[in-house]
Design a protein around this ligand. Structure first.
Ligand code: NDP
Length: 464
């Protein structure tokens, strides 16, 4: 297998989810593989994304659980939260996971290069710190993405704001946190900090958060933010940020003429591919206007020796997608088992509180594609909330194609929606129909049983 005309059979740039999966599999086939990582093994997901974020969601949720426990007869004494205790435990777990990534690569025989690699040409990379050059028969770009920030010209004072990279390293809780954006990251962290008792404000340029999601989901999340105590300001953006001598030392001037004061400002206005300075031009790799590496369904770039997987390709920026893309690449190129990942019907969750679980098409997208669609939906107070004072309601919605009754989309907002949607994702992938849902026996008492007991098509209310 080993090709001695190059230093490596495969050189992976980036030790995140996609790169590590591809490197490990390729090495286990007998190929000579290296991974270059300039920071720590694990990438966004493990180090500054999904994993620490989910721990923060759990930490935040306990406050509500303690409060709600009273409705079930528990008397709870003095309650307090120590951010340092939690953050220390969270970082220790992140370190442990990063170590596992490292060990798994070593055990598979991958050479780990702890420095930045940049392209010299289509088969050559320069290692930034040591100045060495290495060659590889195949190169996989798996460098991920990073938070996008407006420039100081676009937003004066932007240097006073942090991003989701830094939010995990706050030593104390903010007094007043202001978050810009209305996507996944903005809404998840708004709930996290509101749940931890922080006065939290979200500023979104549109009218309802989570653009691109089903309208009912968006409305439920938008309302949920307000119910959780988040101040949601819409239809405006930051004009400038200034430092002051006040107790809340940051003053945000909004474009709508109002201003806000904060001690921490987080920009969550999207992410961009990490291709700056990677030397893609030197290797002739085609990038799109946002700097994402252009690939085909095989994750192949326009250069025959170079592939790319994960967020850097700006297809679907989710960890399991990067892993699948990396897996498919490795099996195709190193095991002679060609397959590529199918990007349709990917289940996804937004870890608001309660959370969103969604798979397949939104009602609007389905109507655009198929014209008429049948909608089944329900909003109800789950049994658990009847005694605990929680006023939040569950949303469940099915989008169904009328001619063959195929379920095109399932959308849930409610506790454990992520868990439910993972299982439903299997059925959707198998082409489940509404009659399949109908003949599935309910599991009682559960929240999920409502998914198989919706019989009435939803008819829009006609207003006079
Ligand atoms: P998103 O693309 O989801 O959201 C970006 C938000 O910023 C949108 O609300 C957008 O508004 C707004 N925005 C963009 N540009 C500007 C601007 N110039 N001024 C003001 N507002 C602006 O990005 P995120 O950073 O939240 O997340 C990135 C990706 O990471 C997600 O798409 C997802 O794939 C992944 N992710 C997944 C998670 C999960 O699986 N639970 C959790 C976190 C991230 P508008 O809607 O008007 O465009």
């Amino acid at each position: 297998m080993a090709d001695t005309s190059y230093d490596f059979d495969l050189f992976v740039i980036g030790g995140g989810s996609g790169g590590v999966r591809a490197a490990r599999l390729a090495a286990l086939s007998g190929a000579k593989v290296a991974v270059a990582e300039e920071y720590r093994m694990g990438g966004t997901c493990v180090i500054r994304g999904c994993v620490p974020k989910k721990f923060m969601v759990y930490a935040s949720g306990y406050g509500k659980h303690i409060k709600h426990a009273r409705g079930y007869g528990w008397s709870v004494g003095q309650v307090s939260y120590d951010h340092e205790v939690f953050a220390t435990a969270m970082h220790a777990e992140v370190d442990r996971l990063s170590g596992i990534y490292h060990r798994n690569l070593v055990n598979a025989g991958v050479e780990i290069i702890e420095e930045r690699a940049e392209f010299v040409d289509a088969n050559t990379l320069r290692l930034k710190a040591s100045g060495k050059t290495v060659t590889a028969r195949k190169i996989l770009i798996a460098v991920g993405g990073r938070p996008w920030m407006p420039s100081a010209e676009e937003l004066p004072g932007v240097e006073h704001a942090i991003t989701s990279n830094e939010i995990f390293h706050l030593e104390t809780l903010p007094k007043h946190l202001v978050i810009a954006g209305g996507g996944y990251i903005a809404v998840e962290f708004a709930h996290v900090f509101a749940g931890l008792g922080v006065k939290t404000c979200l500023v979104y340029r549109g009218d309802t958060v989570l653009r691109g999601f089903d309208e009912d989901v968006r409305m439920a999340v938008h309302e949920g933010l307000k119910e959780a105590g988040v101040r949601v300001i819409t239809q405006t953006v930051f004009e400038k940020i200034e430092k002051t001598d006040g107790d809340l030392p940051l003053r945000i001037q909004l474009k709508n003429g109002h201003h806000l004061e904060a001690d921490v400002i987080m920009m969550a206005v999207g992410r961009c591919p990490n291709t700056d300075g990677l030397g893609c031009e030197a290797a002739g790799i085609a990038l799109d206007a946002n700097g994402a590496v252009i690939v085909d369904e095989w994750s192949k770039t326009n250069v025959p020796s170079i592939w790319a997987v994960g967020d850097v390709t700006d297809r679907v920026a989710l960890t399991p997608v990067a892993i699948r893309e990396g897996h498919a690449f490795a099996e195709t190129e190193f095991y002679d088992k060609p397959w590529h990942f199918d990007h349709s019907d990917i289940p996804t969750a937004v870890f608001t509180q309660p959370e969103v679980g969604t798979v397949g098409m939104s009602e609007a997208d389905a109507r655009k594609k198929y014209g008429n669609v049948d909608i089944y939906k329900t909003r109800f107070r789950p049994m658990k909330n009847m005694l605990n004072g929680d006023t939040s309601r569950v949303l469940m919605k099915l989008v169904v194609k009328p001619d063959d009754e195929r379920v095109l989309g399932v959308h849930i907002v409610g506790e454990d929606a992520a868990e439910m949607i993972q299982a439903i994702g299997i059925a959707i992938k198998m082409g489940v129909t509404k009659p399949d849902f109908d003949r599935t026996c309910a599991l009682h008492p559960s929240v999920a049983e409502e998914l198989v007991t919706m019989r009435q098509k939803w008819v829009p209310e006609v207003t006079a």
